[in-house]
Ligand binder design. Structure first.
Ligand SMILES: O=C(O)[C@@H](CO)OP(=O)(O)O
Length: 250
């Protein structure tokens, strides 16, 4: 039994996307899940159901890989009926001019140090994307309420995600709901950094696998009772985390 004084927050990174499979920087580009990604999402829902962790409300980004992952997972857990809240603040980190670029080619061209800084440093953003270019979202109507974003580092993601998390996600937790957040590698890294109080340096080494629910029990001050959370399939998560860390290297 879970302590009745704790809140249950489930973080779920979307299943593999078509651009994850092609090893391309994705960011705000709205790519679909791959077949494997759809399977991962369903499996994530089955893991939730098997663990008896049944979300009462789901929060997603405005990107279809997260929205569809939430739907597939909730369908598998027989919770497709729960309320849905969507917000751009849960989007993947905007990858600036790297959006649409191949990770292996970028590593090759700029070297490991620069590649790592762009990918995992806390406060070094990639170069800004050119407005109006193929992979820019500056005219996308779904972002009418958001500022024009041209690139983001993880710090920027944390700063735009946190107000939403504190208000909406914590608000639902306070109301006694089990909350599912279906989002992205870097928006979830930002949330985990905040929850676990991870330092700006150490966050570089944290990677989140696709499709495996990460469950946090939080105390009434929203501090993790189980620091780092608990993956519902720890062995699969450990394998997948290594693979994410090594993306770019062939
Ligand atoms: O391309 C992206 O948007 C992200 C997540 O897939 O990649 P990375 O893990 O390299 O930050």
């Amino acid at each position: 039994m879970m302590d009745p004084m704790t809140y249950t927050l489930v973080l779920l990174r979307h299943g593999e996307s078509e651009w994850n499979a092609k090893n391309l920087f994705t960011g705000w580009v709205d790519v679909a899940l791959s077949d494997k990604g759809r399977e991962e999402a369903k499996h994530g829902g089955e893991l939730l159901k098997d663990a008896g962790i049944l979300p009462d409300v789901v929060h997603t980004s405005l990107l279809r890989r997260a929205m569809n992952t939430a739907n597939l997972a909730l369908d598998a857990a027989d919770r497709l009926w729960i309320p849905v809240k969507r917000n751009w603040r849960l989007n993947e980190r905007h990858y600036g001019a790297l959006q649409g670029k191949n990770k292996a080619e970028t590593l090759e061209k700029y070297g490991e140090e620069q590649f790592k800084l762009w990918r995992r440093s806390y406060d070094v953003p990639p170069p800004e994307i050119e407005l109006g270019s193929e992979f820019s979202q500056d005219t996308d109507p779904r972002y009418a309420d958001a500022p024009v974003v041209r690139t983001e580092c993880l710090k920027d993601v944390l700063e735009r995600a946190l107000p939403y998390v504190k208000e909406e996600v914590f608000g639902d937790l306070k109301a006694g709901k089990t909350v599912l957040v279906a989002a992205h590698g870097n928006s979830l890294r930002a949330i985990v950094k905040f929850l676990d109080g991870i330092s700006d340096d150490d966050i570089a080494g944290l990677n989140i696998p696709t499709g495996i629910p990460l469950v946090y029990e939080l105390d009434e001050d929203f501090k993790p009772v189980n620091p780092g959370g608990k993956y519902l399939d720890p062995a699969a998560a450990a394998e997948a985390i290594k693979a994410v860390a090594n993306q770019g290297k062939k």
